[in-house]
Every structure is written in structure tokens, then in C-alpha cells.
Design a protein around this ligand. Structure first.
Ligand SMILES: Cc1ncc(COP(=O)(O)O)c(C=O)c1O
Ligand SMILES: N[C@@H](CCCC[NH3+])C(=O)O
Length: 417
């Protein structure tokens, strides 16, 4: 259940007809439901009510300030992977002590920015990074809180591109080497060891890989504690999946109870970094049918939104549900919904039964709130689209559509031309 439902033949976002939003803001447009964002956050937060915990929303999934502010208002922290994400989170007043910083390629300036901000901890992803953070912290006369992101080598059984906790992944430090790194960290002057971290992948539809990972981390935790290191936090990353099509991911409550059961005697404060689960089904992308075309072997619906606006189908072959914004189509066809981009990979829907859309019709691409706008680009010199947040009967533009002038912002023709 979410807040994008038909009333009669018109698709609504909460209490607002989507066609009214498009009439004012144009298309394509991303539309987010505040009520859905809040409900998802609370479901996750409530799932861990039985344990000390903080929900550190993973900013990469959707970094719009309005979305961040929604979660910060509910007491959320953030998981960031760049100085840019930190900047965004600070702009909406996140508590620095609820910020964790993940990512395999943290630069010196980003580390320094995070240290000056006073974030809770860095999730360290390599041996060299450990030295680097220690060095930068020393230079700034600060102590850096750290956890080691452990790669527990469990298979999350999700898409290979978003599997991150297998041995062959670039992420984290192999669990067998982690203890040695804790020992090294302990000997460094400018680090404070605070936690153990893992993130095994995204769009998981089972609880068991999480539990498997925790079992492995518990063995490591014992070793770390045996060295006399007092770890306070267990960061279990994000990764809980959502329903795009016919997946049946566990409910946050089930995910929560399994994890609490597995961690209840550890005396640790739990951290979570959910992204997709909070925002995926809280957002849609709306585009308009420009043309239809009967190819030699196929029907095409050509829309004004493309892979530059929503990259997931092109990148992962992902499924996004499709709904007419106004139900007036007669019948269905089989075919592709494609964008205007000059790439054969530019499709939003491939080989599916779809409503018989006609030029002018508005189309909602569902479950687009996560990794939608944040992965969009200006490819083909297309201004990035507007973002709107709905709250009950009202809505506001939370990111303006880019203009043609925005496209060339910062560019110049050199003097020698
Ligand atoms: C370190 C880390 N934390 C959290 C997330 C959020 O993942 P998800 O959107 O699947 O919850 C990711 C992305 O997979 C990640 O790499
Ligand atoms: N971008 C991916 C998820 C990547 C997760 C990154 N931590 C997706 O759309 O499914």
C-alpha cells in the first residue's frame, strides 16, 4: 500500500491529482509522497524499537533536501559516501553525531570536512584508508571515530551489480584480515575505534543473508573485544529490498525482529543505512507519450523521459511498474517504452504488456524514488527534470527543472579559440 492510488480514473499522489502537478510543473517530473516517506521511516524505526539504534538514511538513494529533511525531522541520521552528501545533510540540519561515512574512495579533503564537522564515524574500507584517516586527523588535531567495514563474504542473492559483500567485491576489508586491522587501528594515535560495519548488497528479498552476515561479524566482535577494544556500534548497512513487481521482500518488522534476536546480547547500539526501502516506493517519475511507432517487429511508445532521467532499466534491466495517469486507454499492446536518447539501451520498459498509450498521455513510472533522480544525468544535453513533494492536498517543487542556461553553467570557450 502506498500513496499513489487511483480516484476514479485519475492517478493521485496523496490528495493531489498527478495531472494537476504536471499542468503546473511540466513533464517529466519526479513526484514524492511525504506521507509514504514518513511511513517507511517509522516502519523501519519501529522495527528496532526493542534495541538501541539509529536509522542513518543512505543519502545516495535520493538526496533531495526535502527528502533528507523529512527523515531528519523524524530523528534520522545519514549514511554518506561523499563530501557532497555531507554538505546536503548538513544543509537540512542533520546531527553530525548521527552521520556515518562509507565508501571506498574517500579523499583527504572529504575526510577533513567530515572531521571538522564532527561526524560519528568513518566506515573504513581499506588498510590504506585507515592510515589516511589517522594522518588527516592528526593534522587537524582531531580523533576520528572509525568502524571497519567488513566484507563477510555472504551472497545476498540479488543483482550482481549491487552485490557488495562477496569476497570478489571492491568493498570493505576481508573478514579474515579485519582483526589485524583492528589491531593496527588500536595502535594509531588519532583514531577511536567505535564499531564494526558491513553492507552486503542492495534489494535483498530475504532476511537470511543479513543473519548470516551477523553471525560472521559476531565471531569478529569476540576477537576485537578479546583485544580489549570497546566497540559500541554495530552498523548493519542497508539493503532491505522493496516490491517493484512480484518480489516479496520481508517487512521491516520481520527484518527487525530477526536482527534483534541475533544481536540482543551484544550490548551494542545498532546502526542501519537503509536507502531504497525508505524512498523507492515513495516516488514516481511521470513522463508524457510523444509518439507511438510500429517497428518491423515491435511496438514502441516514445516518451519524453529517458535513461538520463531514470537509468535503472538501462543499467540493470530493472522493472518499473507503469500506470496511466488518466485511465482512458483502450486495450493493451506489447512493446517497449523508450526515451528520446540516442542509445538502443534507452528504454524504461522492455517487451511488456502495456496500456495502449497515445501521444499526449501521461505515464507514471512507479517505484522510482530510489536511485532515480540521483542517478540522472544531462546526457544528450537534457536538463534534469523537476522534483515535487506532495503533502496531503498540497505540493511544492523541491527542485526546479534545469534550464538551458544551467546546461552550460561553468563552461567557457577558451581565449585561444
Ligand atoms: C554502504 C552502503 N550503505 C547503504 C546502502 C543503501 O542500500 P539500499 O538502498 O539497498 O538500502 C548502500 C547501497 O547499496 C551502501 O553501499
Ligand atoms: N543503484 C542501484 C543500487 C546501488 C546501491 C548502491 N549502494 C539500484 O538502482 O538498484
Amino acid at each position: 500500500m502506498h500513496h499513489f492510488q487511483y480516484k476514479g480514473d485519475e492517478l493521485f499522489a496523496e490528495e493531489v491529482a498527478i495531472k494537476d502537478i504536471v499542468a503546473e510543473v511540466g513533464s517529466p517530473v519526479y513526484i514524492y509522497s511525504r506521507a509514504t516517506l514518513e511511513r517507511h521511516f517509522k516502519a523501519m524505526d519501529d522495527a528496532f524499537a526493542g534495541a538501541p539504534h539509529t536509522i542513518c538514511y543512505s543519502v545516495k538513494a535520493n538526496s533531495n533536501l526535502a527528502v533528507l529533511k523529512t527523515f531528519v525531522n523524524l530523528g534520522g541520521g545519514v549514511d554518506i559516501v561523499s563530501g557532497g552528501e555531507l554538505y546536503r545533510a548538513l544543509a537540512v540540519g542533520v546531527d553530525p553525531k548521527k552521520v556515518v561515512y562509507s565508501g571506498v574512495g574517500k579523499r583527504d579533503d572529504e575526510i577533513a570536512y567530515a572531521l571538522k564537522t564532527g561526524i560519528l564515524m568513518f566506515n573504513v574500507e581499506s588498510e590504506q584508508e585507515l592510515d589516511r584517516i589517522n594522518e588527516v586527523a592528526g593534522r587537524l588535531n582531531k580523533k576520528a571515530g572509525i568502524a571497519i567495514r567488513v566484507n563477510p563474504d555472504v551472497d545476498p542473492e540479488t543483482h550482481p551489480y549491487i552485490t557488495t559483500g562477496l569476497k570478489k567485491a571492491k568493498f570493505g576489508i576481508n573478514i579474515e584480515r579485519a582483526l589485524g586491522q583492528y589491531q593496527r587501528a588500536e595502535s594509531m594515535n588519532n583514531l577511536e575505534i567505535l564499531g564494526i560495519d558491513c553492507h552486503i548488497g542492495s534489494q535483498l528479498t530475504k532476511v537470511s543473508p543479513f543473519v548470516d552476515a551477523i553471525k560472521k561479524l559476531k565471531r569478529l566482535l569476540e576477537g576485537v573485544r578479546d583485544m580489549g577494544i570497546d566497540v559500541k556500534y554495530l552498523d548493519l548497512g542497508g539493503g532491505l529490498g522493496i516490491q517493484y513487481n512480484d518480489e516479496a521482500p520481508p517487512l521491516p518488522a520481520d527484518y527487525g525482529s530477526s536482527i534483534i534476536e541475533e544481536t540482543k546480547d551484544l550490548g551494542l547500539h545498532l546502526l542501519f543505512e537503509p536507502g531504497r526501502n525508505l524512498v523507492g516506493n515513495a516516488g514516481i517519475l511521470v513522463g508524457r507519450c510523444l509518439y507511438t511507432k510500429q517497428g518491423e517487429e515491435k511496438n514502441f511508445v516514445i516518451v519524453d523521459a529517458g535513461m538520463n532521467d531514470l537509468a535503472r532499466p538501462a543499467l540493470y534491466g530493472s522493472f518499473h511498474g507503469v500506470r496511466p495517469v488518466v485511465r482512458n486507454q483502450s486495450g493493451v499492446i506489447e512493446g517497449d517504452i523508450v526515451g528520446p536518447i540516442c542509445e538502443s539501451g534507452d528504454f524504461l520498459v522492455k517487451d511488456r504488456e502495456i496500456p495502449n498509450f497515445q501521444p499526449g498521455d501521461l505515464i507514471a513510472f512507479m517505484s522510482a524514488g530510489a536511485y532515480g533522480f540521483t542517478m540522472s544525468s544531462n546526457y544528450n544535453s537534457r536538463p534534469r527534470v523537476a522534483e515535487v513533494m506532495v503533502d496531503g492536498k498540497r505540493f511544492e517543487v523541491v527542485r526546479e527543472r534545469e534550464t538551458l542556461a544551467d546546461l552550460v553553467k561553468g563552461e567557457s570557450v577558451p581565449t585561444f579559440l
